[in-house]
Design a protein around this ligand. Structure first.
Ligand code: SF4
Length: 330
């Protein structure tokens, strides 16, 4: 049997029953693909189910405001993904709610890059387009023991060439998902389960007992660390000041508490939080202070704060310190 047919039979027997695999509706697959970028499947499933309950169709989604979608996405991170979904649904609405079918048309939707477009075209429309992500790179690099660094031109050429050759004889929807599933369940980064791998006989890294050497990676950069002081400014009518300032270009559209450079004399220290992004780290110190209702700031009651889309780093500490923030006389 060839590699595509081995993978396809394995996938048919071993695939996980995931909510977005119930059918090939491009809307459902699109949202699942965007949510699964940079998010573990187990983490994204509850978000996905909430989303589909609230917006089961493209028509329903088009009725949502950007704020509604930001709120529903809160906690998933990488918020440009949901802002792009909002932009994309406006375009789909203009096209009578028809999700584009051709690869090049799918790519015109905001937030859909070559990988997602190829995944959607192959899974939903049986197009022979190859979807190459980190999972696929890892599997192919091990199969052929690719000596080039992951991300280099040579590396990408080899992976693309092999995937295109396999795709010629593959069933696109099954093959694309089989590659994804193999990378997620069997050929995992740290502990690949080679004894249950359907393509073990073809694998050079397995044969040479050098699995964990692949893919060859560039030395990773050290993340910059930013120290920030965050203020819960509480008014005498038990409201807190929030801002939508996103001059740091992070989480545009989300609310956050006030960032300060000087700690007010009467401020109370509440605690610390370590928050890791892909490219940087925030070390946050939170303070509480009584503030006069300052008209230049925007004030929100606890119930209003619950309903607002709030950046995750601040939401976590707000939930942790809430009881102390609103305790009388703290
Ligand atoms: S044999 Fe092991 S390393 Fe090779 S593709 Fe299968 S799981 Fe990955």
């Amino acid at each position: 049997m060839t590699i595509p047919s081995l993978l396809e039979s394995w996938f048919i027997q071993n695939q996980r029953l995931l909510p977005f695999r119930a059918n090939k509706d491009p809307y459902r697959v699109w949202i699942s693909e965007i949510m699964a970028q940079q998010t573990q499947i187990d983490t994204m499933i509850p978000f996905y189910e909430r989303w589909m309950t609230k917006y089961p169709t493209l028509q329903k989604l088009s009725e949502a405001s950007e704020n509604d979608l930001l709120k529903l996405w809160e906690g998933l991170g990488y918020y440009s993904r949901v802002r792009n979904i909002y932009k994309a649904i406006q375009m789909i609405k203009m096209n009578d709610y028809i999700f584009p079918k051709e690869l090049d048309d799918i790519k015109t939707l905001p937030g859909i890059g070559p990988y997602t477009a190829a995944a959607l075209a192959s899974i939903c429309f049986e197009t022979k387009s190859v979807a190459i992500d980190g999972n696929v790179n890892r599997v192919v690099s091990r199969l052929f023991a690719i000596q080039d660094e992951q991300g280099s031109k040579n590396f990408q050429n080899i992976v693309t060439k092999e995937m295109e050759a396999w795709m010629i004889e593959a069933i696109p929807s099954v093959f694309t998902q089989a590659m994804m599933e193999l990378g997620a369940l069997v050929c995992t980064p740290k502990n690949p389960d080679c004894n249950h791998c359907p393509i073990q006989k073809h694998c050079s890294a397995f044969e040479t007992n050098s699995i964990l050497n692949y893919p060859i990676k560039k030395a990773s950069k050290i993340k910059p660390v930013l120290h920030k002081k965050i203020l819960f400014a509480r008014s005498n009518d038990q409201k807190l000041a929030l801002t939508k300032d996103s001059s740091d270009q992070l989480m545009k559209g989300y609310w956050r508490f006030l960032e300060i450079t000087e700690i007010p004399e009467d401020a109370i220290y509440l605690g610390h939080q370590h928050h890791v992004f892909t490219h940087l780290i925030w070390e946050l110190d939170f303070y509480l202070v009584e503030f006069k209702n300052d008209a230049s700031l925007m004030w929100f009651s606890p119930s209003e704060i619950e309903a607002l889309p709030l950046i995750t780093a601040h939401r976590v500490s707000y939930d942790k310190f809430k009881a102390r923030i609103f305790a009388s006389g703290s």
